[in-house]
Design a binder for this molecule. Structure first.
Ligand SMILES: [Zn+2]
Length: 432
């Protein structure tokens, strides 16, 4: 390389570095002119201003009430709608061992895909042995690095035991790993932990200051789990209508409910080729989704779903899930958006895309767009309690923001009209 070209390269590099750093050169960014839906359920603010300092929201309010500090970088978002970055309260971050990537790289590309779709936080309700520790490492890093991916919170491996003592030991191991939550299963089959075992599991989690999330299907199991002190139902009740006494009990105990409707959709929808596989918004994620799309598109795979009794039965269960979501939402039970996306061995649960389908399904089940947005932001934060600083656009919260070109209160599908995504005050995708 000649001296002059080295010089030019250095100049180009310096310019690029300056460009990359320009939006945060003073550490303060002022987002102006947008409609702001803050995730608390409050009415939207028209033409509001958000001040971001060092990745955190410092002020938010009407333009006239919020002073923009001298030297702040101004970003004009007139005509846009800003909502908090979405939280997936029932995610998985499992490595695809067939993809041939180092575990860390595979997990990071998944978190980046979530973020690209506006899901800025994912709560993993179940690692695999191959990815448990790497997930915890990524979680630990995120408090002190500039993030270009979704935040991760993780339960590590699901807690389990054949005896009450084993269940307690399982929780102790997870507590030592400093997991964010504890997840366990009651599937409704004879191999399930019995109530005395999962009762011990929940009790041990409480002693360690950890909240418990349960996989359930049947109302009787949900009742038993709640009676044992479980904090969150991580799936819909899908065998019958919830009864008024149970609804009252959920409210009294402030139990969170994660409908996870797309999980059930994914069980049967690939019996043929669903139209959404060709949607441009879906194709944005194709770098990650491609392998599974190929797998699910084979005639043999589709035939298998058509012949699978369980897969066909879930159609009815999903209708029941929709009914119960409407009953529980109307009653004021705290709802959190979750999808089960990313669970290894279950192709077709798209990390990033399915959270938008989930919100559409929640609206179709009878929730208002505002209720759905709250369930996917501030409500999910209150149900999961994994981080005080996520979920709403309020002072003191991370500036995790989803900027939309259209108003999601008009149509929940407008969450797909993504202008830009911000994590910790950094614009990580989109915009101009
Ligand atoms: Zn799950």
């Amino acid at each position: 390389m000649t001296r002059i070209s080295i010089f030019l390269t250095a100049v180009a590099f310096a310019t690029l570095t300056m460009l990359a750093q320009a939006p945060t050169s003073t550490g303060v960014v002022a987002l102006t002119g947008a409609r702001i839906i803050d995730g608390t359920g409050r009415a939207p603010l028209q033409q509001g201003t958000i001040i971001v300092n060092k990745g955190v929201i410092e002020a938010v309010g009407p333009a006239a009430a919020v002073k923009i500090p001298a030297g702040a970088t101004r970003v004009d978002l007139s005509g846009k709608t800003v909502i908090p970055g979405l939280i997936n309260a029932h995610a998985h971050l499992n490595v695809d061992q067939g993809a041939g990537l180092p575990v860390r790289d595979d997990l990071i590309r998944r978190l980046k895909t979530y973020a690209m779709y506006g899901i800025t936080s994912a709560v993993s309700l179940g690692s695999r042995p191959a990815d448990e520790l790497e997930g915890l490492k990524l979680r630990d890093e995120q408090t002190h690095v500039t993030l270009d991916r979704a935040r991760l919170y993780t339960g590590g491996l699901n807690a389990i035991g054949k005896t009450p003592d084993e269940a307690r030991k399982s929780v102790d191991r997870l507590a030592d790993l400093k997991v964010d939550v504890i997840k366990y299963h009651i599937n409704g089959n004879p191999n399930d932990m019995t109530p005395d075992i999962y009762g011990a599991l929940v009790d041990e989690a409480k002693k360690k200051g950890l909240r418990t999330f349960v996989h359930v299907f049947y109302l009787k199991d949900a009742k038993s789990a709640v009676e044992k002190g479980t904090d969150v139902l991580a799936h819909s009740i899908r065998d019958q209508d919830v009864d008024p006494a149970f609804v009252a009990e959920l409210k009294r105990r402030n139990i969170g409910y994660i409908p996870t409707l797309t999980r059930d959709l994914s069980v049967f929808v690939y019996e043929t080729k669903p139209a959404f596989l060709d949607e441009p918004f879906f194709r944005k994620g194709i770098a990650l989704y491609g392998r599974e799309v190929d797998q699910l598109s084979s005639p043999a795979s589709q035939q298998k779903v058509r012949n699978d009794k369980e897969a066909q039965a879930i159609k009815q269960a999903l209708q029941q899930a929709n009914r119960n979501l409407k009953i529980l939402s109307d009653a004021g039970v705290p709802i959190a958006m979750g999808t089960d996306s990313g669970a290894e061995g279950n192709p077709g649960r798209w990390q990033g895309y399915f959270e938008h389908v989930e919100m559409e399904m929640m609206a179709k089940a009878g929730m208002t767009p505002m209720q759905v947005i709250v369930a996917a932001t501030g409500g999910a934060a209150r149900v999961t309690k994994v981080d005080q600083k996520i979920g709403t656009i309020e002072p003191g919260k991370w500036a995790d923001l989803l900027v939309l070109n259209a108003n999601p209160l008009d149509d929940i599908r407008n969450t797909r009209q993504i202008h830009s995504v911000w994590v910790g005050g950094q614009r990580i995708t989109g915009g101009n």
